[in-house]
Structure formats: structure tokens, C-alpha cells
Design a binder for this molecule. Sequence first.
Ligand code: GSH
Length: 244
Amino acid sequence: MYRALQNPWIVIAIVFETMACPPPPPPRFRSNNPDVYYTPGSPPSGMILMALKVMEVDANLKRVDLANQEQMKPEYLKINPQHTVPAMDDNGFTIGESRAILAYLAEMTPIGKLIYPRCPWKRAKINEMLYFDVGRLYPHFQGVYDFSGKNPSDQDKTRLSESLGMFEEYLSRNGWAATDCMTIADLSLLTTVSLLEHLGYNLSNYTRIAEWLPKMKATVPDYQSVNPPNMDAWKAMYDASRSK
Ligand SMILES: N[C@@H](CCC(=O)N[C@@H](CS)C(=O)NCC(=O)O)C(=O)O
């Protein structure tokens, strides 16, 4: 028997934890068409629009006008206190952070179960790469492509190229970001890397990324009508910030 169960405080903690958090019901969306809040030109919004296609979710898309500060309205702050897009409202169950939404979509859908498998080892590798994107690659992308109008420093540029080199190393293991097939981590990274390509960043030194990118684009249904227009909108805002 576990030695911890001889400790009455641990037993009490387990009883309270079980009462407070009973086993969840089988996962399914709470509404037929969950609301997805997005803004054209927002990369994390584009990620969720692609994920909806991949996981065949018929969401109710709600556009948020960031230019007019719609994200600061009290009703939106109830959905996402971070006042960012994307966000999701599944019949009162609200969630922000694009990669958390990706995981939620994956939990709720048959296709999602394939691309975010329950196997703890696979899931750990997928989570590793989701955190790699949100914690390293995307911030280093933003370090070079920011809206301040300033030119990036050599250090900013080096950080981005080093992060891409790390992604190249991960891809050299199985051809996909995290496991031996496409997962939600690839969708997250597709958003960042496809935007770099769209902006004319030279990816030719990264041969694994060059092989992976077209594979990923082919995996997303209606890719051409979803991601490039979103990236065009981002680029228009970026170009405008540079011409001020
Ligand atoms: N880590 C967040 C970032 C979301 C984010 O920064 N969204 C921007 C648009 S790309 C936004 O909504 N900005 C409006 C604001 O911060 O008020 C995610 O991945 O969902």
C-alpha cells in the first residue's frame, strides 16, 4: 500500500479533493456551435480558425473589432479578462489563450483525440512544443517583427534564427513537431512559421522546416482561404506601423 495513505492529513486531502472535483462526465461540447471570438489579422485567431477546419468544428464565429477597443467592453472581459482574441464561449464555459483553446477543441472532438492523444508520453512532447512556441519561438518572432517601427537589433535577429534552429532540430527527429504524426503542436507552430514565410523571411537554411511547411499546409482543409488572408491582414498592419 502507498505509505502516503498512512498519513491522515493526506487521506483527508484526497477525500476533500475527490468531493471538490468529482470525475468529469464524458467530454463533449456544451453547445452545438460554440462561440469563437476572433479578429482578422491576429495570428492566434488564425490558429484557431485553422484548428476548427482540421477538427471539423462548426463554430459560431464572432468578430471582435480590436481597432475600436471592443475587447475592452465589460461583456467581453467576462469572457476573457486578458482582453485578447481568440476566446471561446461554449455555452457559458469560457476560455482564452489560443493553445488552451486548441487543447479544448482536441478534447471535445474525434479528430482532436487523434492529434492530441491521451498517451502521457506523447502528450508531454506535444505540450513541450506548445510551450516552445508560446514561450520562445513566437516571442522571438515578435522581437523581430514588432509594431514599434524600430528596426530589430542583431540580438533579436539571432534569437529568432536560433529558435528556428531548435525547431529544425525537433523536426529532424520525426518530421513533425512533437511525435511521429501531426498534432496540435504542429498547428500552433504552423501559425508562427507560415507568417515568417509570408513576410519573406529566408527559411532556406532550414531544410526540415522547408519539408514540414507544405505538409502542414496540405493538412489544413481550406488552408488557402483561411490562413493567407489572415496573414495578409497582419502584414498590412505591420507595414502600416513601419511607414509611420
Ligand atoms: N497568448 C495569447 C495572445 C493573444 C493576443 O495577444 N491577441 C492579440 C491579437 S493578436 C489581442 O487580442 N490584443 C488585444 C489586446 O491585448 O487588448 C493567445 O495566444 O491567445
